[in-house]
Design a protein around this ligand. Structure first.
Ligand SMILES: [Zn+2]
Length: 273
């Protein structure tokens, strides 16, 4: 795979890291450097691999659930926007796609629960704002709290019904029960497009409500573009498969008709039959 390096193989699935992940390490280091304290810089730099490990576990949640339904995974790639697991199918029944989609965010919620237990000793009598101190305990507490928040964000953001994100797949699988795969995908992709437009607006709006600060979030623009592109591409692929299936069913439904030779009476040269 061009522009991504294979870093290992887990459960028989090759894991790749895209070069864009390096950008995040640089950004994290740069952001921490402004605080001009080595422990801060190290804690911030360590957050990047820690968050990506959680993203990887999220992807394995999808892949191992898919494996239980006999669906193989070609590979997993980690990139700056998150992780992508390439599954070789969607499952035969809608609920298979539903459980495969839910398994990823469920992993993040489980990690967040464990981190809450880990954070409790740090959090005793402290509010997050007080965790900015330079002591090792405060830095470790801040690290755990940030990782906890990142997992909650990963879990719930992916559950937005923006097809082909996990929540969009959940929506498609539920719609599919009544509408069939093509109609369900068309509807889910349309909702996904609307959300793709809203994501870069709702992100900063939510941040403003929480913190009172106005912050432009360029990463959400990339996420929105990815959602819009990937959703339309998958819709196109489903359309093609369904058209092919319809064509095959049509061919099977029409019994093969042998050409019937019609011997039209032709005037003979000598005028006799
Ligand atoms: Zn996912």
């Amino acid at each position: 795979m061009f522009s991504a390096w294979q870093v290992g193989k887990l459960f028989g699935i090759p894991v790749y890291v895209h070069w864009s992940c390096l950008l995040l390490v640089v950004l994290a280091l740069g952001g921490a450097w402004e605080q001009s304290s080595l422990p801060h810089v190290l804690a911030s730099a360590a957050l990047v691999p820690a968050i990506f490990t959680c993203v990887l576990l999220h992807e394995f949640g999808h892949c191992l659930t898919a494996r239980a339904y006999g669906i193989r995974t070609r590979d997993i790639t980690l990139c700056a926007l998150g992780g992508v697991a390439r599954l070789e199918g969607l499952g035969k029944r809608p609920w298979e796609e539903l459980f495969v989609a839910l398994a990823g965010p469920a992993v993040n919620v489980a990690i967040a629960f464990v981190l809450t237990l880990v954070f409790l000793p740090f959090g005793m009598g402290l509010v997050p704002r007080e965790l900015n101190g330079e002591t090792t305990g405060n830095l470790a507490g801040s690290f755990v709290l940030t990782l906890l928040a990142a997992n909650l964000l990963l879990g719930f953001f992916n559950l937005l019904p923006a097809f082909p994100m996990d929540g969009g797949r959940v929506l498609r699988s539920l719609l599919q029960v009544r509408l069939g795969r093509l109609r369900a995908t068309e509807l889910a992709a349309r909702i996904g497009l609307v959300l793709a437009v809203l994501i870069p607006i709702l992100g900063p709006a939510g941040w403003y409500l929480l913190s009172g600060e106005i912050q432009f979030m360029p990463i959400l623009v990339f996420v929105a573009l990815f959602v819009a592109y990937a959703g339309q591409r998958e819709l196109w692929a489903v359309r093609r498969v369904e058209e092919e299936r319809a064509r095959q069913e049509e061919e099977e439904a029409i019994p093969e008709v042998l050409p019937v030779e019609v011997a039209a009476p032709t005037p003979s040269r000598n005028g006799t039959e």
